[in-house]
Unconditional design. Structure first.
Length: 367
């Protein structure tokens, strides 16, 4: 028989008196062993006692009659469980439907039932919720296992989709590159092609791009399913100068050396002077940087007349005009005021005859 853990422990205390007929029936079930602790009703003297036969008692079976009516003891001597009709503590449990004893089957449904435990002092009766907690734990374990399996399958699916060749980079489109070194572009393209587009790490490719002297900034965007777009913002060349190694260096307004060439550049203003050999990506001396900044600050009516810049070892800047006149600009300060003064002089009718315009000291001197 199946033993269930107690969920509700309700001891049924029958305070009603037990009739002699019930005691006789109890004696028939348990043999001649008296029931300890059971309450009995004092018999009425007017009621004759049942006759007791002197014949030997028939052998009592240890298996109770399932249809027998079981009297209920209201006092318990101890918690030792006994088999019906026996004194052996075996912990047997049977179930009581109304007042009829029935076997504690293992296939009962989860309904409320009554447990009868035979103890030394009588019958111990409890109401049980016929529910096995192990069953609940089992269902909970199955649910957790199903959730874990589902999560695992989803993770595997994501990895498979992210790494499939159908979603790998096969096309790299480059925009905005005019002067950027072609070797740099080829290296970046090789780095990106073949990688999974969903997990693409663009950091290393951006570092390579921004190491190129011509690249001011760059961005890399992905376009599903397999295209990468590189957008490059290049630096603007402003002036160039000849170095002691007889090579030409092109710089922007920040003085960054964009390129070193053996041929003379065209399209930018030259800065004359004795310039050091500066490597690409490095910054030129301050006076050359100032000349580059001045070139982008000049109004068009002045820029169209300037042939070249010149610098001195003292850090002063000069402008040579196409007419042959020389403008002494001096140190690269008060640039706006100096430019206004030069433009005012050049607008005069006699400016074509001038050979010198000096604004280095703040006041305009012309010759």
């Amino acid at each position: 028989m199946t033993n269930f853990e107690d969920s509700e422990h309700n001891l049924v205390d029958s305070s009603s008196d037990i009739s002699p007929e019930v005691l006789e029936e109890l004696s028939a079930v348990f043999g001649n062993t008296p029931v300890v602790g059971a309450k009995t009703v004092a018999q009425d003297e007017s009621t004759p006692s049942p006759a007791v036969s002197n014949a030997p008692s028939p052998a009592v079976s240890n298996v109770p009659d399932p249809s027998a009516t079981i009297p209920i003891a209201t006092e318990l001597a101890d918690d030792s469980a006994l088999r019906l009709g026996s004194t052996d503590p075996v912990g047997d449990i049977v179930y009581l439907d109304d007042t009829t004893l029935s076997g504690g089957g293992t296939n009962r449904d989860d309904t409320e039932a009554t447990e009868v435990r035979v103890v030394a002092g009588g019958f111990f009766i409890r109401l049980l919720r016929r529910f096995d907690p192990r069953r609940k734990r089992g269902r909970r374990s199955i649910a957790w296992m199903a959730l874990a399996l589902a999560t695992g399958f989803v993770a595997i699916g994501i990895v498979v989709v992210a790494t499939t060749p159908l979603l790998s980079v096969s096309t790299v489109r480059i925009e905005g590159a005019t002067y950027t070194n072609q070797e740099t572009l080829d290296e970046v393209t090789k780095m990106l092609k073949g990688d999974a587009i969903l997990t693409l790490d663009t950091g290393p490719a951006l570092e390579v791009l921004e190491s190129d002297p011509w690249v001011r900034e760059a961005s890399i965007d992905t376009k599903f399913p397999n295209t990468v777009v590189i957008d490059i913002a290049e630096r603007t060349p402003r002036v160039w100068f000849r170095s002691t190694d007889e090579k030409f260096r092109i710089i922007d307004e920040e003085g960054r050396v964009l390129a070193v060439t053996t041929g003379q550049p065209t399209g930018y203003l030259e800065v004359t002077g004795l310039a050091p050999n500066v490597a690409p990506g490095s910054v030129a001396p301050d006076v050359y940087t100032a000349a580059a900044q001045l070139s982008m600050s000049m109004p068009d009516e002045l820029a169209s007349k300037v042939a070249r810049f010149g610098v001195t070892t003292a850090g002063d800047i000069t402008l040579s005009l196409q007419s042959g006149a020389l403008i002494k600009f001096g140190a690269p300060n008060d640039i706006r005021q100096k430019l206004i003064s030069v433009v005012v002089v050049l607008r005069r009718p006699e400016s074509e005859k001038l050979v010198l315009i000096d604004v280095s000291a703040g006041e305009v001197v012309v010759k």
